[in-house]
Design a binder for this molecule. Structure first.
Ligand SMILES: Cc1ncc(COP(=O)(O)O)c(C=O)c1O
Length: 363
């Protein structure tokens, strides 16, 4: 297999695997003894602090571990009491599991409006217009599009959300560990991401970061704060039941490696540039380029006609190219392909894939 789907699932990192195994092995000797319970709590807290420091959060208490992005999304959205006429704004670029969550909100009275980032007005103007037109309770938007890697202007969207008193939830699945991210001046009500994509952590991990108001929304901590000062008013309330400390320690290890090694955006961009120029040589293929900034580890292209789509599919299966095929909302009748790589992708696999691609499609 030649792997070009790091945006779906990162290649595993041996140090992360080792941390998971070591943590569980050592925990197996103490289990839920008093020592074990102390150790369980301290692994969670240390891991929380590792992620919080990496992401420049003011306090680790606003970060909750979750099993994946979709669960975090459901958890946050399910705490909202929707009133008739409340609108939820989103985009046509959200992941299918998130869209499914949003669609279920219709059953609770929410009116869901999806904006097309490629609309002639542009995404921000479309948001502005929709915020004026509807009573927008919440906005759910990706930080980086999983379809074509464009970076959405989430800080500007935050300003619009604030001006219209709307909640802002950001899906960071394709952003965290991929592009620079800091919560020093960025404070959406909720931001969620998985461990297993760009953080290169284990499957079954992720995090939910809550703004102070998001915290109130989710935990009912207005009640907590006023009536029971002994309960900590923090995001840990979102961690439901027993956590897998092995996996969480693995996620923390992955994030500390990211912090130590950096995101290597320039190296990722060079790979992108090489693929982009190869694809552009073929008149029947078109790279999906956007006005917005692009994340460096993702490149999408669209096939101009059915025979080209068939050639792409044949090339993919003949050479076991693991890439993602999909339908891009701006090219609804064509096959599109998303290529993605991260710093742990095999460079020799990427080169082999590129030369096979060149030979099959550009000769
Ligand atoms: C942008 C985005 N959001 C959410 C998801 C779903 O993630 P998870 O499996 O962590 O729930 C994906 C998966 O590819 C994604 O790309």
């Amino acid at each position: 297999m030649l792997y070009l789907n790091a945006a779906g699932l990162s290649p595993f990192h041996p140090d992360v695997q080792q941390t998971i195994a070591d943590t569980l092995e050592s925990f197996s000797h103490v289990l839920y003894s008093e020592t074990g319970i102390d150790r369980y709590r301290s692994i969670l807290q240390r891991s929380r602090e590792t992620l919080a420091n990496w992401l420049e959060l003011d306090t680790a208490d606003r970060l909750a571990f979750v099993p994946n992005t979709t669960t975090a999304c459901r958890l946050t959205l399910s705490r909202i009491t929707w009133k008739p006429g409340d609108t939820l704004l989103t985009t046509t670029h959200e992941n299918s599991t998130i869209l499914q969550e949003l669609q279920t909100l219709k059953n609770y009275g929410a009116h869901v409006v999806s904006l097309d980032p490629d609309s002639s007005a542009g995404l921000l103007s479309a948001f502005e217009h929709a915020l004026h037109q509807h009573s927008v309770r919440a906005i759910v938007v990706s930080h980086v599009s999983h379809l074509d890697g464009r970076i959405f202007p989430v800080e500007a969207i935050q300003q619009l959300a604030e001006a219209h008193h709307s909640l802002l939830f950001v899906d960071g699945a394709q952003a965290t560990g991929h592009i620079p991210l800091s919560f020093r001046h960025f404070h959406p009500h909720a931001y969620f991401f998985p461990g297993h994509k760009w953080c290169s952590g284990p499957m079954g991990t992720g995090a939910l970061i809550l703004h102070q108001d998001g915290e109130n929304l989710l935990t009912g901590s207005t009640l907590t704060k006023n009536h029971n000062a002994s309960l900590p008013p923090d995001g840990r309330h979102c961690e439901l039941g027993t956590q897998n400390v092995g996996l969480i320690a693995g996620l923390a290890k992955a994030c500390s490696l990211k912090r130590q090694d950096g995101l290597r955006c320039q190296a990722l961009k060079e790979i992108r540039d090489t693929w982009q120029s190869s694809i552009r040589k073929n008149a029947r293929l078109r790279t999906i380029d956007t006005e917005e900034a692009q994340a460096p580890g993702i490149l999408a292209f669209v096939c101009g006609d059915d025979p080209t789509a068939a050639a792409i599919r044949a090339t993919g299966s003949a050479h076991s190219l693991a890439w993602k095929t999909f339908t891009h909302p701006s090219f609804p009748t064509c096959l599109s392909v998303r290529l993605s790589w991260n710093p742990y992708s095999s460079l020799s696999d990427l080169q082999t894939a590129l030369s096979l691609f060149d030979t099959s499609l550009n000769t």
